[in-house]
Design a protein around this ligand. Structure first.
Ligand code: 5AD
Ligand code: SF4
Length: 435
């Protein structure tokens, strides 16, 4: 039996797809294929954080329905499945089942039921032991919690993934050990709000927070690097920042989703922090780790965002000099607080697009200036990508998250090598191996 799967959205969704692939492989004998035409089961693992990918869903279902083998099934999973549920089958009768983002462990049940809709967001699979994917490389994703308890005014995720529950730490540690034995060197810990780890378990559990979990995982032999996504700036207390800085296995790059630099807008967004708190946390982090890599997410055009509010966002952008930026125009989403607000505070599309362009071009300038300053610096790079034929190179990430390309050298994937940055091209770094 063959499985074709398309995955949209965040790292959490990638992990959910890996879980479904592993479950379907070990329990139902499915192998992956890249050709939807030859699949017996086609899965689309959807994202609904913004409107655009959601709009494309139905045209995609139509295309798969046309080219699929007779008798092949189509299943819609993930966040859009969670919030549209049965409506998907009503609109697209070629769909055989709908499986919400909070119900992934039921995959091998629903494939046998026609027109099954499993989208309950109270379902708790925080203690479910998923089969481990077979083809893990040097890097692996590992869930540490499910759901999200925040109420950010723009965000659909609490509605699609339900309340936040931490996965018991012994389960996480035992999965991490298994991964280390299979050759994994770098773990990416996943949760909607990782640094709130330990706030609630669904079983009796010892008291442990995220800093404690990092300590436990870093004791595992074979795990050389630990990353995580996404932490919330509100929960970046000193204990967390100090553990992050001090623990040698924790990579020195961090995602700090800003969303807006204006304290007024942050309040309307219900983010729970101010511009000053955010900058204070960045300064604390930079004082502990001057070379720390910082990434962020920013939304422009949130209802009521004035030119002055946007200038506060630009101000934070310039002060922090982010290494990576994911930026979006606000997209109203159903089941969110801001969806219900009237039109009077709506930011016109042209203004929002112009703000996005300004933000992105300023960020590119910052990156290129920063890349020049990197010349001469040395890093330990974990090789993730190689090209052996003409124009050979190796490429990987430094522990502070910078992608560095090493021309004319072919290492093995998984090698950790010393590299000196020799020049920069735009924002990209080129290095040479230091023997
Ligand atoms: N509109 C635009 N961007 C959004 N994000 C979340 N919800 C919305 C929305 N309604 C962005 C946030 C979040 C990232 C995953 O997607 O920046 O951090
Ligand atoms: Fe991930 Fe959010 Fe998209 Fe769901 S809606 S896949 S949680 S980004």
């Amino acid at each position: 039996m063959k499985l074709y799967i398309e995955t949209l959205g965040c790292a959490m969704n990638m992990r959910d797809s890996e879980h479904m692939i592993a479950e379907l492989n070990s329990k139902e004998g499915y192998d992956l294929t890249d050709e939807p035409q030859e699949a017996d089961l086609i899965l689309i693992n959807t994202c609904s954080v913004r409107e655009k990918p959601e709009r494309k869903l139905f045209s995609e279902i139509g295309q798969f329905a046309k080219i699929k083998k007779p008798g092949a099934k189509i299943g819609i999973c993930g966040c859009t499945a969670s919030h549209m549920g049965e409506e998907i089958i009503k609109k697209a009768p070629s769909v055989n089942f709908v499986l919400g983002a909070r119900n992934i462990s039921k995959i091998s049940e629903v494939i046998h039921k026609n027109k099954a809709v499993e989208v309950g967001i109270d379902y708790d699979d925080s203690t479910y032991v998923f089969d481990t994917s077979r083809n893990t490389g040097v890097k692996a994703l590992l869930n540490i919690s499910i759901g999200c308890d925040k109420k950010c005014a723009y965000c659909i995720v609490p509605h699609t993934r339900g309340r936040e529950i931490s996965i018991p730490s012994d389960m996480i540690v035992s999965e991490a050990k298994k991964l280390a034995q299979s050759g994994v060197k770098e773990l990416m810990l996943l949760g909607q709000n990782v640094n709130n780890y330990g706030a609630r378990f669904s079983v009796q559990h010892k008291i442990i927070n995220f800093a404690g979990l990092l300590r436990e995982i870093s004791n595992i032999d074979g795990i050389e690097r630990i990353r995580f996504t996404s932490p919330h700036p509100l929960h970046m207390d000193d204990e967390f920042l100090e553990e992050f800085a001090r623990n040698p296995k924790v990579c020195k790059s961090i995602h700090m989703p800003l969303q807006s630099g204006s304290s007024n807008i942050l309040k309307k967004m219900r983010r729970g922090y101010t511009k000053e708190w955010y900058i204070n946390r960045v300064q604390k982090l930079q004082s502990l780790l001057p070379n720390v890599g910082i990434g962020t997410d920013i939304i422009v055009g949130f209802p009521g965002e004035s030119d002055e509010d946007f200038e506060h966002t630009m101000d934070v952008l310039r002060k922090v000099e982010f290494d990576t930026l994911y930026s979006f125009v606000y997209s109203p989403r159903p089941h969110t607080e801001s969806y219900l607000w009237g039109d009077e505070e709506k930011v016109p599309q042209e203004i929002a697009s112009a703000r996005l362009a300004k933000l992105q071009s300023t960020h590119r300038e910052i990156l290129s200036t920063k890349a020049k300053k990197e010349i001469g610096k040395r890093h330990q790079v974990l090789i993730e990508n190689i090209k052996e034929t003409e124009g050979s190179f190796s490429e990987g990430r430094s522990d502070n998250g910078k992608v560095i390309k090493i021309p004319d050298e072919v290492f093995k994937i998984g090698d950790i090598v010393s590299v000196e940055v020799i020049h920069s091209e735009g924002g990209s770094l080129i290095g040479k191996h230091i023997r």
